[in-house]
Design a protein around this ligand. Structure first.
Ligand SMILES: *Cc1c(COP(=O)(O)O)cnc(C)c1O
Length: 350
């Protein structure tokens, strides 16, 4: 992992969620501290803050990249703000240079949720190499770029954080202490902090090693499919294609298009599913979930997130897709747009 990513230290754990929990825990922030984060992500990102008794402070997303809007971060910083937990949504790196500047200026820690961005690059360096964030987390869930069954990892350039995370994934027991006590023939060892059992089994690691070898090939195939989609859709006015900043190379975890407002996204979703095309919506804003009602977030403060959520549609994208599969998705997408333009309630009238 370190070799592939150009990272100094890496701790492998049993899920991306465990990776986020361990990363946030390792920072040792006081309970009640505020952490700035994005609402446009899978719930696990913000949940990691709740596990650690921290307060998520949501910031709206950028209208082009749909990652956290760096221009809107500063106005949410208070004396209680200690970190920024940002997400590389869809595999597209956030504006790492700007985030780093803000973090330096306000003395904040940076945790990068790159669970969707394994193999993505920024300024020709791999996400998680340690040049941008203190901590970068990855997921190896079956839907992610490489898979270990379930699994995850954290990379860091900081040796102290690394040692702390090794303990946190193993009940709070340092490995060298355990090894030492065995050598001395004693049953004694010490648990000096409250960790968990987040270890990744060897069987899963073996799968991960073979997957890692395929990572570059997976990415190249994803890029080919993206190219095919872009060529096919660029002249369709009802579709807004995803765009990246020049500095980024996405891992293309998701191919999300924005549908024009005149096309009802939910109807589009139903129509495509009825054709057995596995479209989806990523993601429901975190503050929409009932568990987050306690934070009394006003949806009106998140116009870009709300607009994106209404219009976003994820089209199928995975390395094993054939060109014929892609062409069928293209064909059905364009056909569905035509149907919904003339009959916006097609599914309800059935
Ligand atoms: C998948 C994902 C996670 C959680 O990873 P698991 O391995 O499923 O626990 C966290 N954050 C983001 C952004 C994800 O996409």
């Amino acid at each position: 992992m370190c070799q592939y990513l150009g990272a100094k230290y890496c701790v492998v754990v049993n899920s991306g969620t465990s990776a986020l929990d361990v990363a946030v825990h390792a920072l040792g922030l006081d309970p009640g501290s505020e952490v700035i984060t994005t609402p446009m992500t899978f719930v696990a990102s913000a949940n990691a803050l709740l596990y650690n008794s921290l307060v998520p402070v949501f910031v709206d997303i950028d209208p082009i990249t749909h990652n956290i809007d760096c221009e809107k971060i500063k106005q949410k910083i208070t004396s209680k703000t200690k970190a920024i937990l940002f997400v590389d949504l869809k595999g597209n790196p956030a504006e790492l240079n700007k985030l780093r500047e803000i973090a330096m200026q306000y003395h904040l820690k940076l945790v990068e949720d790159a669970c969707q961005a394994f193999s993505a690059e920024y300024d020709r360096r791999k996400v998680g190499c340690g040049d941008f964030a203190e901590l970068t987390t990855f997921s190896f869930h079956p839907v992610k770029h490489i898979c270990t069954g379930e699994g995850g990892a954290i990379t860091t350039p900081d040796e102290q954080l690394y040692q702390k995370m090794l303990k946190l994934r193993n009940h709070g027991i340092a490995r060298n202490i355990l090894a030492q006590s065995r050598k001395e023939g004693t049953y004694l060892f010490d648990m000096d902090c409250l960790g968990r059992n987040y270890r990744l089994p060897d069987i899963n690691c073996a799968l991960g090693l073979s997957q890692l070898k395929k990572s570059d090939a997976f990415l190249m195939r994803r890029e080919e499919i993206v190219h095919r989609y872009k060529e096919a859709f660029q002249k369709i006015p009802e579709i807004t294609l995803p765009s990246l900043t020049k500095r980024a190379r996405s891992s293309w975890h998701l191919f999300v298009v924005l549908l024009d407002k005149q096309i009802n996204r939910d109807q589009f979703f139903l129509q495509m599913r009825s054709k057995e095309i596995g479209v989806n919506v990523h993601h429901i804003p975190v503050y929409h979930h009932s568990h987050y009602a306690q934070f009394a977030v006003d949806r009106h403060d998140f116009p870009v997130t709300e607009d994106y959520f209404q219009r976003a549609l994820t089209l199928p994208l995975y390395p094993a897709m054939t060109d014929a599969d892609v062409d069928r998705v293209v064909h059905e997408t364009i056909a569905t747009i035509e149907i919904l333009k003339t009959n916006p309630r097609v599914n309800e009238s059935k």
